[in-house]
Ligand binder design. Structure first.
Ligand SMILES: NC(=O)c1ccc[n+]([C@@H]2O[C@H](COP(=O)([O-])OP(=O)(O)OC[C@H]3O[C@@H](n4cnc5c(N)ncnc54)[C@H](O)[C@@H]3O)[C@@H](O)[C@H]2O)c1
Ligand SMILES: [Zn+2]
Length: 375
């Protein structure tokens, strides 16, 4: 069965297990990865209905006494208020330091439950059972956990690695297609920066991927997890290399912030536009060739991700990018792909070229230098 390890070469090492139908075996896996006898499942009501019986039953069969805490769906749930409420419930139930927190859901649940685990009694074990494609290939791996502050997303957080990530591609059957495509943007991103073979595979298999063929999904999830695991293991706290995972995110985050994180764009949709801006920028800066741009444009289109914005005001987008926590000393950092499967960070781009590349994306005009007449 496909396994990927996140290796720090200490006791924090953990496996990512990827297998269709694995979810009902979570108890046995959890048993191997923690010593406690009590588990708290954090999830949404909808996911509790879909997957609760299998997860709870399996944990109980493995000897855990199981508590469940449901929280509402949506980004607003990633708040100090919810964190406080969940911890209150844990204290009332007299849960102790050996409690295992089980995150059953997408990135919202993983980030929130992860921060619960990082902070409850100074830190307890947790495992990730990601149920969105985005969470399976991205947010469940790497130990970044957080809630939002009114003044900024993910501003209250920690690095707290899970003990185990268990990925069942079959759970994606019920995931709405728009959410699924959004997760695909992160798969495409990872391939674009680090794995040209995966990128070609995506180009060939996109129709099967969109049909949620579980064999193909297992392959792409494994490859994408392997990329993230490798990068995170080398640079846990984003001192350098980990930043390449932010490909497409400089503009993507600004677009999400511009719309106040409402549903104008899902995360992956904003990142998709961000990748388009970045690759056009790379071409105009002479870093990438036109073929690299065309292949990224085409795969994003094949995946059904948006190719242009909603006429956002360019100056506001630029200001939001400068405000992004990853902007260093006011300099705009861009991850660029010189060719498929390779990434490099540049902060030497002229404001003019940056503005022009973003304009081709947000205004919907496709005429950037070196891009005239494309498509
Ligand atoms: N920690 C990290 O490294 C990291 C990385 C990327 C994103 N994130 C965070 O992840 C969050 C976004 O995560 P997301 O895109 O998974 O969204 P999400 O967690 O909000 O899930 C999307 C929606 O899909 C529903 N859903 C989930 N699984 C389902 C299933 N199998 N079937 C039917 N419905 C299902 C959920 O109930 C929810 O309404 C953001 O808060 C973002 O900041 C964190
Ligand atoms: Zn992302």
């Amino acid at each position: 069965m496909p396994q990927v390890w996140v290796r720090f070469h200490d006791q924090r090492d953990y496996p990512i297990i990827i297998e269709p139908g694995i979810l009902p075996s979570v108890g046995a896996w959890a048993r191997r990865r923690t010593t406690g006898r009590t588990a708290l499942i954090v999830t949404h009501p909808r996911l509790l209905r879909l997957f609760g019986p299998a997860v709870k039953g399996s944990l109980q069969a493995a000897g855990f006494s199981v508590h469940v805490q449901c929280v509402p769906e949506g980004e607003k749930t990633k708040s100090l208020e919810t964190l406080n409420r969940v911890i209150g419930v844990m204290l009332q139930a007299r849960l102790d330091r050996r409690t295992l927190v089980v995150a059953l859901g997408g990135g919202v649940i993983g980030d929130l439950a992860g921060l619960v685990a990082a902070t409850f009694m100074r830190g307890v074990d947790f495992i990730q059972l990601p149920t969105t494609l985005l969470a399976q290939v991205d947010s469940s791996i790497g130990g970044k956990v957080a809630v939002n502050h009114a003044l900024g997303k993910n501003m209250i957080g920690a690095f707290h690695q899970p003990r185990l990530v268990l990925i069942d591609p079959l759970v994606l059957k019920t995931l709405p297609l728009r959410q699924f495509r959004s997760g695909l943007a992160e798969v495409i991103k990872s391939a674009a920066i680090a794995d040209d073979k995966l990128f070609s595979f995506l180009e060939r298999q996109m129709p099967e991927i969109l049909k949620k063929n579980s064999k193909i999904l297992t392959q792409i999830i494994q490859k994408t997890c392997a990329i993230k695991a490798r990068i995170v293991a080398q640079d846990e706290k984003e001192g350098g290399l980990r930043a390449i995972l932010n490909y497409g995110h400089t503009v993507g985050h600004a677009l999400e912030a511009y719309h106040h994180y409402n549903k104008t764009y899902l995360h992956g949709e904003a990142v998709s536009l961000g990748m388009l801006a970045a690759v056009r920028l790379a071409v105009s800066a002479g870093v990438a060739d036109i073929r690299t741009q065309q292949r990224q444009e085409q795969i994003l289109r094949q995946a059904g991700l948006p190719g242009q914005g909603q006429g956002e005001k360019i100056e506001e987008i630029i200001n939001l990018m400068k405000f992004d926590k990853k902007a260093k000393d006011g300099n705009l950092n861009f991850v660029l792909t010189p060719k498929i499967g390779h990434a490099r960070i540049s902060n030497k781009l002229t404001p003019f070229s940056v503005r022009r590349a973003i304009k081709t994306v947000v205004s919907g005009s496709r005429t950037a230098e070196g891009n005239n007449g494309q498509r």
